[in-house]
Design a protein. Structure first.
Length: 265
């Protein structure tokens, strides 16, 4: 039977080991971080910056283009992932044509052909409905995606930002997404892809960026998508603490069974 002092020391060692392991930074190619935010329930979904600090408590990713920058902001809170796509450089918005596509690979298995674990969400400026696409279609002409019903709680809207937008007061397309985690599966990392279509110039811009424009109007293979990750593993917002406790329990057993000599008097 472990004495209380020994048990206490074992617990400290177990937790220290676990948090040391999970805190080691890992390098990824083409990644976006996603931040846990306590302010996303304040967002007004109208396809624009409704007030100056609306999307500020989020992670910013900037995509440089020949004519300006495309801004992607990401956060999660509760049961939802939040994405903003802001094309401040496009000062000649076209309602009904300018659009943003945001895609997630729920299993992050980067398949060559989109499967049922891949989802894309398409916002069009000035339209009230958003297309929700799921992989698994046999048709190459649709990039192996098919349209499905919007999941409960989902919001996607494209509009025109102006005076409150921190990236530019000149009216330009902006797209807001609220995506349920239950659709994607609760994980601390997903495959991720963003594409913006500027109807005025008839050009496409994407993250990950492509220099040769090969993506065009197509959704590329999930194998070419980047990743969106939660560095602090807060994205699932439920399973992780349980995981830590279970790991600590097994490490505690290991310490007690194999290295008791270090604590003998």
């Amino acid at each position: 039977m472990l004495s209380f002092p020994k048990f206490f020391i074992y617990c400290i060692l177990a937790y220290t080991l676990i948090f040391t392991i999970i805190s080691v930074p890992v390098s990824y190619a083409q990644t976006i971080d996603i931040t846990k935010s306590d302010f996303m329930d304040k967002v007004v979904f109208d396809g624009k910056w409704t007030f100056g600090h609306e999307w500020k408590p989020t992670t910013l990713t900037t995509v440089d283009t020949p004519t300006g920058s495309l801004y992607i902001r990401s956060a999660h809170q509760g049961d939802f992932v939040y994405i903003l796509v802001d094309s401040a450089f496009d000062t000649r918005p076209v309602k009904g044509s300018d659009r943003a596509t945001v895609c997630f690979d729920a299993n992050m298995n980067k398949t060559m052909i989109a499967n049922s674990n891949d989802y894309c969400f398409v916002d069009i400026v000035g339209q009230n409905s958003t297309s929700v696409l799921q992989g698994g279609s046999p048709l190459a002409i649709t990039d192996y995606f098919r349209k499905i019903s919007s999941p409960s709680g989902f919001i996607g809207i494209g509009g025109i930002s102006d005076q409150y937008d921190i990236y530019g007061f000149t009216p330009h397309p902006t797209f807001e997404f609220k995506i349920p985690k239950d659709l994607l599966g609760r994980s601390d990392s997903y495959g991720f892809f963003v594409q913006f279509y500027d109807a005025n110039s008839n050009k496409f811009y994407s993250w990950p960026a492509t220099d040769d424009g090969t993506y065009y109007s197509h959704i590329p293979s999930p194998s070419k998508w980047g990743e969106i990750i939660s560095p602090d593993h807060s994205l699932p917002e439920s399973p992780f603490p349980v995981f830590v406790l279970v790991m600590a329990f097994f490490i505690l057993i290991y310490f007690n069974k194999f290295i008791p000599k270090y604590f003998k008097k």
